[in-house]
Design a protein around this ligand. Structure first.
Ligand code: HXC
Length: 257
């Protein structure tokens, strides 16, 4: 098989990646991170795919970076390997990513969810940044993306105490987009991805890009980026089609141009 740590398939216009290291609760080792980057790049290149779902098992989305793999490493080892750097490939992919989270999303697993654009979680989901209990700190964005997503007070609490939070708390503080029953999880995520994939891809990627700018830029700069991007979509056929379809009371037929 092309992938040893993942199950990768396409369902219609949705790319589906299932993390598949059940014996280690989907611990994120170097092989898995490399394969995830490769799988997402393949979906990125596949014109038929409009959005991606990343999920794990019922028990664990992912229980973090692989502690067994890291335990003996020195500073020089992790520095030269640039541990954490390989996630750049995942984040660079422009098609929307939906995390479908059941069970543990801890450490790097929580950070993988934070790298996704939408997080749909089952009532069984548990989130945490337990790195402090291992003598380290989050290294895949947890101190940065989490603080932006949930604010300083909650991020400090989670990162300094290493405690887990349940799904209600995670939704309340803004880490989770939707909570669903365990048996609905994957369907809900795939349906959301299908819905996104059915819209104008130009508009979808522009919308994601603009929201991502909000994580980095100041308000004036972000508003300017939004306005120009919004205006630029009036150069697309899909804008004409979407508005004409509304006025003609029919479904639009987007052509991604
Ligand atoms: C390697 C892991 C693992 C991990 C679980 N396992 N998490 N292996 N790395 N992160 C393995 C266990 O060793 C065990 O293997 C098997 O998965 C089942 O786990 P158990 O602990 O037996 O299950 P359970 O008792 O149900 O407890 C579940 C758990 C616990 C609460 C999720 O596994 C846990 O606390 N895991 C570690 C969570 C963590 O600290 N994550 C942060 C990692 S650091 P065996 O062989 O014994 O059956 C990190 C840093 C990111 O993410 C940034 C770095 C740059």
């Amino acid at each position: 098989a092309a992938f040893e740590t993942l199950l990768v398939e396409t369902r219609g216009a949705v790319g589906l990646v299932t993390l598949n290291r059940p014996k280690a609760l989907n611990a994120l080792n170097a092989a898995l991170i490399e394969e995830l980057g490769r799988a997402l790049e393949a979906f990125e290149a596949d014109e038929a795919v409009g959005a991606v779902v990343i999920t794990g098992s019922e028990k664990a989305f992912a229980a973090g970076a692989d502690i067994r793999e890291m335990a003996q490493m020195s500073f020089a080892d992790v520095y030269l390997a640039d541990l954490g750097g390989a996630w750049a490939r995942v984040v660079a992919c422009r098609k929307p990513r939906i995390a479908a989270v059941s069970g543990y999303a801890l450490g790097g697993g929580a950070e993988l969810a934070q790298m996704c654009d939408i997080v749909i979680a089952s009532t069984t989901a548990k989130f945490g940044q337990p790195e402090i209990t291992l003598g380290i700190i989050p290294g895949f964005g947890g101190t940065q993306r989490l603080a932006r997503a949930v604010g300083k007070a909650k991020a400090m609490d989670l990162i300094l105490t290493g405690r887990m939070m349940d799904v209600e708390e995670a939704e309340r503080c803004g880490l989770v987009s939707r909570v669903v029953a365990p048996e609905r999880l994957l369907d809900e995520a795939i349906e959301a991805a299908e819905k996104i994939a059915g819209f104008s891809r130009v508009a979808v990627l522009a919308a994601k890009e603009a929201v991502d700018v909000a994580q980095e830029a100041g308000l004036t700069e972000g508003m300017r980026f939004e306005r120009r991007t919004f205006q630029s979509l009036f150069a697309t056929d899909d804008q004409s089609e979407g508005m004409a379809a509304f006025l003609e009371k029919r479904k639009p037929s987007f052509r991604n141009r």
